[in-house]
Design a protein around this ligand. Structure first.
Ligand SMILES: *Cc1c(COP(=O)(O)O)cnc(C)c1O
Length: 467
């Protein structure tokens, strides 16, 4: 054995190294309620500790871990806590984190069943659970990917494969050169990741046919162009600012009649289908062909966890198998790599399975409905405050607010971010600057909402008194 090997062996079984990491991690969890929501200026300044040359030789394990603890932990954004409302960002449950810790030690490769029977089994089980929870067609296949950006890409790749194959064109073999021209139709509020998927697929963003949307960002059905059997139609379950849902019932009927492929980007919003009080939002979504949804947003699994779902199992397997030959999808075991672009993949299914098993059907519904109630509470409290206007119908978990002018909205948001009691981001909506509030953590309580709205109120008063 080399001296390094001897050292690595000694560390590998040295429980104190792992216990140190767990201790630091658990201390972090203890502090989540008190910690500022965004790192302090001092913590950000200390990130200079990481601007260093690669060490010439080995550094002791403890020293590496301590550097992370001392300078890394303070520079984290407190998304594990209860008052982070930026982008669309979930926390995690105790079980999700614990399962992830176990998966770290197992370090499984989910590519093939023979590489990890446990991951293949959990993937098959969760595939069935998702069909059931989201009320999707019986043969629907799931690919467990890193997030909805990739899930959008994969769902559209399955559509591209199938539409061209119906025209006698093998995309895997022949590619796009000389292929029948595919059309991409979507609303003018489509998420940037859907457009990026179109770019990555080689279809060209300039070729996207945008359909006008209404005040909430929903496709206006009467404005839809005629569709055909070479059209990929991209719909949204949860517009990223307003949280609005397209009319799946009508739009899927139009698409089906024309032979088009429908993909629904439901990164955070698809989960409404699992909540009895909210499932009217996703009515008709089961008529689509593919769906993208995240575990790491609304479901509050740890990062990274996204899922592509595809009703056409062989289209998904065909698109993800570059050999172009007929795919034999095994009855008895599930080879994950047939449903994803990657081969080697970490066992992210472990924490997804654990989260779903832990919450159960009613737990998923209750956790998500509570987020909706907190979003409505935000809208109600803002509605009672001078200086703020709520600019959307709170369909799901997203609230849009703005102040009297764009300048004031920007200034108030900056004050809120600097106060660090909560965090929200800005965006543009229907031509004006807005503040987006996304309730996506199971932890957010009524008191958190009250406290956060007070922070907004103080931020606004600061601007008013300085006039
Ligand atoms: C977040 C989001 C995505 C991208 O998902 P990632 O998991 O971040 O890759 C796509 N669409 C919508 C509507 C989103 O909110």
């Amino acid at each position: 054995m080399s001296p390094l090997q001897t050292k690595l062996f000694a560390d590998f079984t040295d429980r104190s190294i792992q216990e140190l990491a767990h201790q630091h991690g658990l201390d972090y969890v203890d502090g989540v309620g008190e910690r500022t929501v965004f790192p302090t200026e001092d913590a950000l300044h200390e990130l200079r500790q990481f601007h260093e040359e690669l060490p010439a030789g080995p550094v002791p394990a403890r020293e590496v871990i301590e550097q992370l603890q001392r300078y890394g932990a303070p520079a984290t954004v407190n998304t594990a806590g209860s008052r982070y409302f930026g982008f669309v960002t979930g926390s995690y449950t105790a079980v999700g984190a614990a399962a992830k810790v176990m998966s770290t030690y197992w370090d499984q490769n989910s590519a093939l069943a023979v590489m990890s029977p446990i991951c293949a089994t959990l993937e098959a089980t969760v595939e069935g659970w998702l069909r059931d929870l989201l009320k999707l067609p019986e043969q629907t296949a799931a690919g467990f990917v890193s997030g909805s950006s990739l899930a959008n890409f994969v769902g559209l790749a399955a559509g591209r494969y199938r539409l061209l194959q119906r025209r006698g064109w093998d995309f895997n073999e022949q590619g796009l050169n000389g292929a029948p021209k595919l059309r991409i139709v979507t609303g003018d509020k489509a998420h940037s990741s859907a457009k990026k998927a179109v770019a990555l697929l080689g279809l060209g963003m300039a070729n996207i046919e945008y359909v006008p949307t209404d005040d909430e960002g929903r496709i206006i059905v009467a404005s839809m162009p005629a569709l055909d059997d070479l059209t990929l139609l991209i719909l949204q379950a949860g517009e990223v600012n307003s949280g609005a849902y397209d009319d799946f019932e009508q739009l899927c009927d139009l698409a089906k009649a024309a032979g088009a492929w429908v993909h629904i980007d439901g990164a955070f919003g698809l989960w409404a289908a699992a909540v009895p009080e909210l499932s009217h939002l996703t009515k008709g979504m089961d008529k689509a062909d593919s769906w993208a949804v995240d575990g790491h947003k609304t479901l509050n699994t740890p990062y990274d966890c996204g899922i592509v779902l595809c009703a056409d199992r062989t289209a998904l397997a065909g698109a993800m198998n570059s050999t172009g030959s007929y795919i034999v999808v095994s009855e008895n075991s599930r080879d994950g790599m047939f449903f994803t672009p990657d081969m080697s993949r970490r066992g992210r299914i472990i924490e997804l399975w654990a989260t779903l098993k832990h919450l159960g059907r009613s737990g998923v519904a209750s956790m998500i409905y509570t987020m909706h109630e907190r979003a409505r509470q935000f809208a109600q409290l803002f509605g009672e405050l001078p200086g703020f206007t709520v600019a959307n119908e709170v369909a799901f978990n997203q609230v849009i607010v703005h102040c009297a002018t764009d300048e004031l909205t920007d200034a108030v948001l900056k004050n809120v971010q600097e106060a660090r009691e909560c965090w929200a981001g800005g965006s543009l909506w229907q031509g004006r600057k807005i503040i987006r509030i996304s309730v996506c953590s199971w932890q957010t309580t009524e008191a958190d909402v009250v406290r956060s709205v007070r922070s907004f109120q103080r931020a606004w008063e600061k601007e008013e008194t300085s006039k």
